[in-house]
Design a protein around this ligand. Structure first.
Ligand code: SF4
Length: 192
């Protein structure tokens, strides 16, 4: 019998940014149109342990890939976000929730400088329910977000026609509405 390889499934709080993150950055892509709604500046952090077969960015599964996050890069991201045509910041990876030191620092600065005039989207391999049982740093990052695209990439459910996600199990979640209601509320602009 051939067994299909699946992503890893951590126990609650098994993987912690404090132990895993090396604060490395795989990429920074300013002014792009593909990582969420509108024009966005995207930060790709390094390191992910889900190991989804078919991962779109396998090289960034390595926690040591790329340069270390720097104050200069953060300043550049904030300068780029100030452009009036930029809707917001996107966090991807790698796994943003295993690099909360970087992501929380940046998002908190965004909120301090722009309040909610800029939005924040993040992708994660964790599901919404898994994140509710996670460490305080992960919950703190979740609370700062506007949109979360949740769940592993499951090759058997791959669908290239979906908005902003690769497999049908993943959801585009309205974070403030979900936190307020205690259940997952999907993004209002979802078409497919
Ligand atoms: S969660 Fe995302 S970055 Fe991590 S292995 Fe899966 S597809 Fe790749």
């Amino acid at each position: 019998m051939i067994t299909e390889k699946l992503p890893n499934n951590p126990k609650p709080q098994e993987w912690q940014a404090a132990q895993l993150s090396q604060l490395h950055i795989a990429d920074y892509k300013p002014f792009n149109f593909v990582d969420g709604e509108g024009v966005r500046n995207s930060l790709y952090v390094s390191g992910c342990k889900f190991a989804c077969p078919g991962c779109y960015n396998k090289i960034a599964q390595n926690f040591n890939y790329g340069p270390v996050y720097s104050q200069e890069l953060e300043d550049q991201i904030i300068t780029d976000l100030a452009q009036p045509y930029v809707q917001g910041l996107t966090l991807l990876g790698g796994e943003p929730f295993l690099n909360t030191q970087v992501c929380l620092k940046l998002v908190r600065r965004l909120r301090a400088e722009f309040g909610h005039t800029k939005d924040v989207w993040s992708w994660t391999g964790y599901t919404w329910d898994e994140l509710q049982q996670e460490t305080p740093d992960k919950l703190a990052l979740l609370r700062e977000l506007d949109i979360l695209v949740d769940g592993r990439f499951i090759l058997a459910q791959k669908d290239l026609t979906l908005q902003f996600r690769g497999s049908a199990n993943q959801r585009i979640i309205d974070v403030p509405r979900s936190l307020a209601s205690g259940k997952v509320v999907l993004w209002a602009n979802l078409i497919k």
